[in-house]
Design a protein around this ligand. Structure first.
Ligand SMILES: Cc1ncc(COP(=O)(O)O)c(C=O)c1O
Length: 486
């Protein structure tokens, strides 16, 4: 990681425009290396992580990353990050690029200078960013963050007592709390599938878990109305396979709600193609917009990707609404993104900075960023495998449908210490205080099927400003600390 200067930042902007054009080959190479991992997994323990095959996978990923090192060094220089630290907790908070920060600052001052208000539905801004997410502007609302988007989605649905929502045991309070409010207020019932951890799972595991539970509930006479799940989860970073789970939702005619806190800025998804009813994402995490920003995708017309009727839904946080029927065809009856975004006077500099970060992502290339983030993460996972063993990974690594840029694992010499939350906290604190550079990571509690108590694993986010060198130093520091802590 380099210490950015003004000059580097300008040359970085120039380099983005003249960037190498081999990214789809990078993507193909990344997928090929991952599928060699899946093959190794099916061959069993003989082809495990300690084998030379696994070592070569790490080396292949490393070579792929190093080939574009200069490009990503230039991207890194666009962020005014503290060079004394390596920031690897983007799943909690990102950092604004300089271009967005400068805009935020100048607009904030202009707003104060002229005592400006912010009465707007931000249509121009939504029109600028919506194509990057593969949707129309009416299908995109700006929210306050993921949690606020989940409240918009869940608390706006016209629930009936006894409606069942099928969700998971790895959800974040941002989704769990509005579900609990709907349970207390409207009498919905919450059913949770217990999620697996580790590498021994595939996308089909999730299809079976949800499909079996929905069928069983229906057999009991329950009125299953919705599916809600995180993709990826904040605990193990497992990317629940949205496209496959949407097939389950459509088969059972369910409302689909995705807690996509980590999706904007990490994954280059086209939401019109996925067709979920709601996807609530953060603007301030991987998308690197300001705090208190979120991107909420709402299905607002019938597309081939999801022919189900639009759910019965009312806004719960707006100052701009009139009763209007939802469409039954491919043309929206009203701009739902405007209704959700408009709520009194908005802090426009904040949203303009989010737009500026989104435009930077579009310029660099969302697919390039996704491929880089996932390749860094795959490299880290392979290195963890080599040093600690595959059984220490709580994130899957071999099914390309399940991977994200979050990596959770158990670093302790004695594997059983993973239930010790104080030791886990100490590990995270010392990764920052005892090393130079210090590493900003976090830990998270994971309910594990069959375990009497939660496991406290460490979680690492690998984003566009990190390098191979950062990952190598991180792994060395984590290994050193795990030995020191015994
Ligand atoms: C899966 C998930 N959902 C929701 C949230 C809450 O995010 P926000 O702060 O954007 O509301 C987080 C935060 O880490 C998360 O990981």
């Amino acid at each position: 990681m380099r210490n950015p200067t003004e000059g580097q930042s300008q040359s970085a902007a120039a380099d983005i425009v003249t960037a190498p054009q081999h990214w789809s080959q990078n993507r193909r190479d990344f997928l090929r290396i991952l599928s060699s991992g899946a093959l190794a997994a099916t061959l069993g323990p003989l082809a495990g992580c300690s084998s030379s095959h696994a070592a070569s996978r790490a080396e292949e990923l490393r070579a792929l990353l190093l080939a574009d090192e200069r490009f990503w060094a230039d991207v890194n220089a666009m962020f005014p990050l503290n060079p004394a630290k390596r920031f690897m907790n983007i799943g909690t908070a990102g950092a604004m690029p300089k271009i967005a920060l400068d805009l935020f600052d100048s607009e904030n001052r202009a707003k104060a200078f002229d005592s400006l208000s912010g009465y707007t539905n931000l249509l121009t801004e939504r029109t600028e960013v919506a194509p990057g997410f593969g949707i129309d502007p009416d299908e995109l609302a700006f929210s306050a963050n993921t949690s606020s988007g989940m409240c918009h989605a869940i608390l706006g649905i016209g629930w009936n007592p006894g409606d069942v929502v099928v969700t998971t045991n790895h959800e974040h309070p941002g989704g769990n709390v509005p579900l609990a409010i709907a349970e207390a207020r409207y009498g919905i019932q919450i059913e949770r599938v217990a999620l697996p951890v580790g590498n021994n799972q595939t996308a089909q595991t999730y299809v079976t878990l949800f499909d079996d539970r929905i069928r069983a509930l229906r057999t009991q006479g329950k009125r299953v109305r919705a599916m809600m799940f995180s993709a990826p989860t904040y605990k193990t970073g497992t990317m629940l396979p949205i496209a496959d789970l949407m097939e389950v939702a459509k088969r059972h005619e369910l409302i689909s709600i995705v807690d996509g806190a980590h999706l904007p800025g990490m994954m280059a998804y086209h939401y019109a193609d996925l067709g979920m009813d709601f996807m609530s994402g953060a603007g301030h995490k991987w998308q690197c917009g300001p705090g208190s920003t979120g991107i909420l995708v709402v299905r607002n017309k019938i597309r081939a990707s999801n022919p189900l009727p639009l759910p019965n839904w009312y806004p719960i946080h707006t100052s701009s609404w009139a009763p209007q029927a939802r469409t039954t065809n491919g043309t929206a009856t009203y701009d739902i993104g405007s209704v959700i975004t408009s709520c009194g006077s908005l802090h426009t500099p904040m949203f303009h900075s989010l737009v500026s970060a989104c435009k930077l992502w579009d310029q660099v290339g969302r697919k390039k960023i996704e491929t880089y983030d996932l390749t860094l993460s795959a490299y880290l996972k392979e290195r963890i495998c080599e040093v600690w063993g595959t059984d220490r990974l709580y994130s899957p690594k071999d099914d390309p449908k399940l991977v994200s840029a979050l990596t959770s694992f158990n670093p302790f010499v004695k594997a059983g210490d993973v239930v010790n939350s104080a030791k886990s906290n100490e590990f995270v604190a010392r990764m920052l205080s005892d090393y130079s550079p210090g590493f900003v990571i976090r830990n998270v509690n994971v309910p594990v099927v069959g375990a009497p108590s939660d496991h406290y694993v460490v979680r690492i986010s690998t984003h566009l400003w990190s390098s191979v060198d950062d990952i190598d130093k991180l792994v060395a520091a984590m290994f050193d600390l795990s030995k020191k802590m015994g």
